[in-house]
Design a protein around this ligand. Structure first.
Ligand code: ATP
Length: 355
């Protein structure tokens, strides 16, 4: 395996406090990863007058993956490039409870599911406007039974689902379910859509999923209405394996899924395309705890585990994951969000000792 090159974008507020020790920990494994830190955000502005200069775009293009912190906005242009520029259409957000995680549930044992959020379409096109702009289209609401433009003054947001967009993320989810099944999971894909109301858009997502499902006879397929999915996810999350859904539902429900296992500090995420992937924790920049060395780096560490897997360092990824499990099982060195008193540094030292 050739030398791997990874772009690191630390992000803002408390985010670098989680990213820096994560990179340091991976370095202890001597994988020969070349870390590239292009100027992005404030650094980009002071060096090149741009939050996302050409140099940063090139660095991403020439790398195998990016490890991204979280951004409060300054590094957002880089994030947009990583997502839309690199077509990373599948945002994989695992929720696996491990002993020691402070879940609010009485019985979190056995929670091990993944939300695959479509990452590029739906309401996230940011195509919004004034209702008047719709007048020439003569678009009529099926429920209000009148031209949408007549409902104004007001605004609209476009929800777009394409056949190709739905197909690629659903196929990704079935492939993932297959790989998980090979490791003992049930091999099931669940869609969560509001196809009973949004018959055209979510209806298309479901239709595409049903077609793709037909070519995976070894994987169980179920479709749920998204509100029912939310109920099952919170009342019987152990029933889920791989859940795939349009962007907005996935964004919201995956934060809920993080809450189920013990909070945002534990929730990793990876965004995959056909030729690139980037990895970031599901949480934001945690500005309220910035500079205090108390951010829980588990989400970032587990995102890095997903990245090492993607880069082909499967055994090393498993080693870090095991070390994290041991620290939580020990229950002595935990960060504040998990009911402990350990600093980020102390937590990372404990992980390193268990590597
Ligand atoms: P965004 O909109 O980018 O998701 P946000 O401000 O809504 O950001 P977060 O930055 O994720 O949300 O923070 C929400 C709360 O969770 C904050 O109180 C923050 O301190 C806490 N939090 C988030 N991540 C962690 C973490 N890794 N460790 C400890 N606390 C965290």
């Amino acid at each position: 395996m050739g030398k791997k090159r990874v772009v690191v974008i630390e992000g803002e507020d408390a985010s670098p406090e989680a990213v820096q020790p994560t990179v340091a920990l991976i370095d202890k494994l001597n994988l020969g990863i070349e870390w590239v830190r292009p100027p992005v955000g404030d650094a980009g502005i002071s060096l090149h007058g741009s939050a996302f200069p050409e140099e940063a775009r090139e660095a991403i293009d020439e790398s195998d993956a990016t490890l991204f912190g979280a951004t409060s906005g300054k590094s957002a242009p880089a994030l947009f490039y990583l997502r839309w520029g690199k077509s990373t259409y599948a945002n994989l957000r695992p929720s696996r409870w491990i002993p020691g995680y402070k879940s609010p549930l009485a019985k979190p044992e056995g929670i091990d599911f993944v939300i695959v959020r479509e990452n590029l379409e739906d309401l996230y096109l940011m195509a919004e406007g004034d209702l008047e702009e719709l007048r020439p289209l003569g678009l009529t609401s099926l429920t209000a039974r009148r031209p949408v433009a007549d409902m104004g003054p007001g605004r609209f947001a476009l929800k777009v689902i394409t056949e190709r967009g739905a197909e690629q993320v659903v196929r990704f989810s079935f492939e993932l379910a297959r790989r998980r099944k090979a490791k003992g999971r049930p091999g099931k894909v669940t869609t969560a859509t509001k196809h009973n109301m949004l018959r055209q858009s979510d209806g298309l997502f479901l239709e595409v999923a049903q077609k793709v499902a037909a070519s995976y006879p070894d994987i169980t397929f179920e479709s749920l209405i998204v509100d029912n999915f939310a109920h099952i996810m919170t009342s019987a999350p152990q029933k889920l394996d791989v859940a795939v859904m349009p962007n907005l539902y996935g964004d919201i429900l995956s934060d809920g899924a993080a809450g189920l296992i013990g909070g945002l500090g534990l929730a990793p995420s990876g965004c995959y395309g056909d030729s690139y992937a980037y990895f970031e924790s599901a949480h934001g920049t945690a500005p309220d705890i910035a500079g205090q060395n108390m951010i829980n780096p588990t989400a970032t560490l587990l995102s890095a585990v997903m990245m090492l897997d993607y880069l082909g360092f499967v055994e090393e990824a498993a080693r870090i994951e095991k070390a994290i499990e041991l620290v939580y099982a020990g229950g002595r060195v935990l960060t504040r969000d998990q009911g402990g008193t350990a600093s980020t540094t102390e937590f990372c030292e404990a992980i390193a000792e268990n590597l």
